[in-house]
Design a protein around this ligand. Structure first.
Ligand code: HEC
Ligand code: HEC
Length: 308
């Protein structure tokens, strides 16, 4: 199906059948509480990194947005990457992980930053040896895993913890569940535009994103000043250049800056660029304001211990 046909299909589906293409975030996901508690300690532990300076939380601050809110993150020794750090909140709902989808799930994903030379710069043996110096970890891993502290088990516990990082109860979810007063008029008009202009053809599902790859620049070419290839780096197919996992729009008002390169500073600008490059339209100022108002209804409730 061509992209235009896809938009038309989605449009027809929503307007004729009245089907909701977006579903609310569930109140909780099934998870193993003991493993998640261990994973939580690991998430905040700088001893996962080669020089003990960086934790997962350094770049995915759970007390703010699950990101670091900078263009691109600083790893061990202040090394700077190219790509913007996505939020870990609701990442459990993504069909694959990373902008280019190179990890199939959270367990596989968690190994990436530990070994990445510009992030935690560690080795499999290095991280296992460093955790093994801590008696509490030896006991806790021993209780939960037959083979104790291993690289796989570290990733497994972190992934289990990430299942708890979901943000239900946004205004929009309450609206979807039937509370028609959960959103005001401007926000509802924004949602209408989001559907009728075609944003929803790529940003749908529980995460309003995270369930497909799409090109940036479908209608009007987007020239990335950083020339980041996206999905091409995994597939090596020319058609996958500029192809990225569609990012979630959950909590998007908190996760600036935007786009894979982190070059878009505010939400309004991101919406204008989306209209132009993805839909080939120039959204009017008032339309942009309404869509932004709608996007702000996607901010949910973080787990109590991480909300201020
Ligand atoms: C130095 C900063 C940094 C550190 C440390 C770091 N991350 Fe990330 N994280 C990033 C960046 C940047 C990306 C995007 C990389 C990409 O897509 O190529 C990312 C991507 C992710 C994603 C994928 C989200 C999505 O929507 O695709 C998850 C989940 C994640 N990190 C969890 C973790 C965990 C767990 C740890 C600790 C083991 C960790 N990160 C450590 C910067 C960091
Ligand atoms: C053809 C698919 C497609 C359509 C249509 C589309 N988007 Fe996107 N959207 C994407 C992709 C892909 C990205 C990631 C772009 C990048 O990082 O290079 C994205 C990124 C975004 C971002 C930035 C999120 C972040 O965390 O960086 C926002 C906000 C957004 N879209 C809103 C919208 C709105 C509003 C519309 C309608 C006006 C829309 N999108 C239409 C595919 C689409």
């Amino acid at each position: 199906m061509s992209y235009r046909a896809a938009i038309l299909f989605v449009f027809t589906l929503t307007s004729v059948v009245g089907a909701e293409l977006i579903t609310p975030i569930p109140f909780s996901m099934p998870y193993d509480t003991a493993k998640a508690a261990l994973g939580e300690k690991l998430f905040f532990d700088t001893s996962l990194s080669a020089d003990g300076s960086v934790s997962c939380n350094s770049c995915h601050d759970l007390r703010t947005s699950g990101t670091d809110n900078v263009e691109s993150s600083f790893g061990v020794g202040g090394k700077k990457g190219q790509i913007n750090s996505p939020t870990v909140y609701n990442s459990v709902f993504n069909f694959v992980q990373f902008w280019n989808g190179r990890a199939k799930d959270l367990r596989e994903q968690a190994k990436g930053p530990i070994l990445n030379p510009i992030e935690m710069a560690n080795t499999k043996e290095g991280v296992v040896a460093s955790l093994a110096k801590n008696k509490a970890y030896v006991a806790e891993f021993g209780k939960l895993y037959k083979d104790g502290i291993t690289f796989n088990n570290i990733a497994d516990a972190i992934a289990e913890f990430e299942k708890t990082l979901i943000t239900p109860n946004s205004k929009f979810d309450n609206y979807l569940k039937g509370d028609k007063n959960a959103m005001n008029r401007q926000e509802k008009e924004g949602y209408e535009l989001f559907q009728n202009k075609g944003c929803i053809s790529c940003h749908n599902g529980v995460n309003l994103g995270g369930n497909m790859f799409q090109k940036i620049g479908v209608m009007v070419e987007y020239k990335d000043p950083k020339a980041i290839n996206g999905r091409f780096d995994v597939s090596k197919k020319d058609s996958d250049k500029n192809m990225f996992k569609v990012p979630t729009l959950r909590n998007v008002e908190l996760t600036a800056p935007y786009f894979h390169n982190g070059l878009v500073k505010d939400l309004k600008e991101a919406v204008i660029l989306m209209g132009y490059h993805q839909l080939g339209i120039r959204l009017k100022e008032e339309e942009v304001d309404k869509i932004v108002a709608f996007l702000k209804t996607l901010t949910g409730k973080k787990p109590a211990k991480y909300s201020k």
